[in-house]
Design a protein around this ligand. Structure first.
Ligand code: CTP
Ligand code: CA
Length: 228
């Protein structure tokens, strides 16, 4: 597109985008994950690349094709993702954390397939919290580095989102109410509210994820421009 030859505030900026749902192993044939398709993250990576950014996509498994010109780092677990993000972040101008990160992982991952037992109709898998990647990144953040988080909520959207902006020290937070039809996980459409520390929330209409990506990237671009 003509944008590729034009200079934008994102031209030459190093941007990390994370996408997909992380996987936490229970045993060799089972894992815990979530409904994330990775579509929103991949759409954002593509749009950022079109605006001239140097994009690294750190992705948990998806069925998607990596956008042309985007560097892919594949990960499985939250721990893998945390390691890849924190190592890439030192060189990055912007981090867009669109991955749906597993909040808990099994305390023990069995080496052999877990068998049913004849004398017990119930089983319990003990879980432990995973590392909060954005909270970890907040401690590494230098002036001028921009971090963008996502929040999938089913209730109290703005209230929960505002708390996440503060606790994760985000510049932007893209919130979606996943209880609404057509919004968030897995579909081709989304409707988001873009929250920023220095301005009123922007609510988009329900649209194709590529259209939403353009609107989100517009805001990221403006923020990069402000940071100089
Ligand atoms: N996130 C993260 N590390 C985690 C969990 C989430 O970096 N262990 C990131 C997500 O990628 C997202 C943002 O934090 O950008 C918010 O994720 P969300 O699941 O909405 O919030 P949580 O902090 O996990 O809180 P909860 O799920 O309890 O609402
Ligand atoms: Ca979570």
């Amino acid at each position: 597109s003509s944008l590729k030859t034009q200079t934008t505030p994102l031209t030459g900026k190093k941007v990390i985008v994370t996408a997909g749902g992380t996987r936490e192993r229970i045993d060799p044939v089972r894992f815990i994950t979530n409904d994330s398709s990775g579509k929103m993250g991949y759409a954002l990576a593509e749009e950022l690349q079109h605006r001239g950014a140097i994009v690294t996509l750190i992705s948990a498994p998806t069925k998607l094709t990596v956008p042309a010109g985007v560097k892919l780092i594949s990960v499985l677990t939250t721990e893998d993702l945390a390691e890849a993000v924190t190592s890439a972040f030192t060189q990055a101008d912007v981090l867009v954390m669109a991955a749906a990160v597993a909040d808990f992982k099994p305390v023990n991952s069995a080496n052999q397939k877990i068998k049913k037992s004849a004398d017990n109709d119930q089983m319990t898998i003990e879980l432990t919290k995973t590392v909060d990647i954005l909270k970890q990144v907040a401690k590494l953040k230098r002036p001028g580095q921009i971090t963008v988080g996502f929040a999938a909520e089913t209730q109290n959207l703005l209230e929960n989102a505002r708390q996440k902006i503060i606790s994760k020290q985000l510049d932007l937070l893209i919130a979606n109410d996943v209880s609404q039809p057509g919004v968030g996980f897995n579909g081709d459409t989304n409707q988001v509210t873009i929250l920023q520390t220095d301005q009123a929330p922007i609510k988009t209409t329900l649209a194709d994820k590529h259209t939403i990506a353009k609107q989100v990237v517009d805001q990221i671009s403006q923020r990069v421009q402000k940071e100089g």
